[in-house]
Ligand binder design. Sequence first.
Ligand SMILES: Cc1cc2nc3c(=O)[nH]c(=O)nc-3n(C[C@H](O)[C@H](O)[C@H](O)COP(=O)(O)OP(=O)(O)OC[C@H]3O[C@@H](n4cnc5c(N)ncnc54)[C@H](O)[C@@H]3O)c2cc1C
Length: 518
Amino acid sequence: MAEFPDAIVEAWLTRRIRLVPPILFLWLVSVVVLVFCLFTEISRGRRFEGEVQQRKKRKPWVRISDTGELQPRDDDSEEVDCIIVGAGVAGAALACTLAKDGRKVKVFERDLTEQDRIVGELLQPGGYMKLLELGLEGRGFHNGRFVQRMRMKAASNPLINLEQANVLSLIESDGIVKGVRYKSLVGEEKNFHAPMTFVCDGSFSNLRRSVTNPKVRTPSWFVGLIVEDCSSLPFANHGHVILADPSPILFYPISSTEVRCLVDVPGDKVPSGSNGQMAKYLSTVVAGQLPLKLRKPFLQAIDKSKIRAMPNKSMPAIPRARPGVLVLGDALNMRHPLTGGGMTVALTDIVILRDMLRTIQDFSNAPALCDYLQDFYVLRKPMAATINILADSLYKVFSATDMVEEVRRQACFEYLGMGGMFSSGPMGLLGGLNPSIAILIFHFLLLTAYGLARVLLPFPSPSRLWIAIRLIWKAPSILLPSIRNESLMPSFNFKWLMTYRYTIVMSLFMLSSIYFLV
Ligand SMILES: Cc1cc2nc3c(=O)[nH]c(=O)nc-3n(C[C@H](O)[C@H](O)[C@H](O)COP(=O)(O)OP(=O)(O)OC[C@H]3O[C@@H](n4cnc5c(N)ncnc54)[C@H](O)[C@@H]3O)c2cc1C
C-alpha cells in the first residue's frame, strides 16, 4: 500500500494546528453565549413563575352567586395590566389566557346575560385545537352558552375583574391610548386607566375607528332559523351546504334536537320580517330548493321559530398597532361566515398573542410594546389569510350569477366529490388544520383546470370554447381581490435571530467540531 510522503503529512498537520486557536476561540464564544442564553431563560422563567404565584394570591374580584350569576364588585382602585373591551369569543378567551399567565385584567362587557345569537355556532377543528391549547375546550354549541361558559371561567379567576358596562371611547394622551371611558350599569360615566387596552368589541365595533381606518363590505345577509328535527338532515351530525339559487343555504346541528339553518340573501338589504315579506321569501323562493326531507320541517320552522338576520361582513385586517391598544377578533378582521372560520381565526390570534406577550414582563412601555406587536400581524397571516381568502372566494364560487359561474360551481362540487386529495386538501384548509395560501392557490388552479376539461371534453365546440375562455378570464376576479386585501407581501425582520439563538449556537459548535476533526 502506498504511503503519504512525510512532507505532505507534516504540511497538513501544520495547517490544522494553525487553525486550533481560532476554533478554540469560536468554541469559547459559543459556550459563553449558550450559558448566557440558558441563564437568562431560566431566571426569566423563575421571575415569571414567582409573579404568577404572587398575583394568584389576590382575592377574587368577581363573585359567582349560588344561582350561577356573575356578580361584579366595584373595585376600580387597583391597578391592572390591561383592559379588555368585550367579553365575546375573543375577549373572554383572551381574559382567561392572560390571567392564566398572571396578568391582572379588567374586562368591560356591555351585556353579561346569555346572548341568543345566530353567529358562531360551528367551530372548525383548527379552532377547537386552539381552544385546547388555551385550556378552554367546548364543542358544537349555542354561541350564547359557549360564550357564557367562557365568561364564567373568566369571572372565577381572581385576576379578572369583569364588569357590565358600555365602553364609549378610548382615552388618549400624546398619541398613546391610556384607557377607556365607559358608562356603568347605573348610567355613570367614568374613566378607567391601564397600560394596554385590547379592543374585542365584535363586528359592530364602535372603537376600531379610533385605531384604524376599516373597510367593511356587506356582500350578503344570513337569515337564521332553527329546524327542530335533526332526523331531517340527509347526513346525521354533518354540516350541509345546499347550492341554491341565488346563493348557498347552510344546515348544521347545534344540539341533539336542533338544526341551525342559515339562508344567504345577497345584497345589503333583506326582506322585512315585520310585514311578513321575509316569511314569504323563505317559503316561496327557498323552501322549494331544499331536499324533500328538509322541506316540511323548514316550513314548520318558518311558522314556529324566531327568524333573525345578521349582516355577513367582510373586512381585511389593517396591520397597524397603536401604542397602548390592540384590536382583535371581528373588530380587527372579518370574512364571509359561509365556512364558519371567524372563531378559528380569533382563537388562533389569541394563541399567537399569548405566546408573544409571555416574553413581556409588563405593558408599561407602550411605544416599545407597540413596535414589538407589529410582528403579530405577520405571525397571524398564514391562518387568517388562508381562512379569509377561502371564505370570500368560496362564497363567490357558490353564488353563481351567470352560466359561466354555474359551470364553475358545478365543477367545484364535482371536484370536491372526487375524494382523495381533491377533498382532503380543501377540507384541511377550510377546517384550519393546514393553513397554507400556496395549497389554496394550487387547488384553485386545479379546480379551474378541471372546469376547463369538463367544458372542453370530449369535443370543444365553438360555444364550449367560448365558455372555457370566459371561465379563464373570470378566474382571477375570484381569488385576486381577496389576495390583494390580505397584503401578502412578506414582511422581513430579524427577530428570528433571537428565536433560533440556541439552534444557531449549537450549529456553530457542530460546524467548528466537524471542521476541526476533518
Ligand atoms: C351570521 C354569522 C354566522 C357565523 N357563524 C360562525 C360559525 O359558525 N363559526 C365561526 O367560527 N364563526 C362564525 N361567525 C363569526 C363569529 O361569530 C365571529 O368571528 C366571532 O363571534 C368573533 O368574536 P368577537 O369576540 O370578535 O366578537 P363577539 O363574539 O361578537 O363579541 C363582542 C362582544 O363585545 C361586546 N361589546 C360590543 N361593544 C361593546 C362596548 N362598547 N362595550 C362593552 N362591550 C361591548 C358585545 O356585547 C359582545 O359580547 C359567524 C358570523 C356571522 C355574522
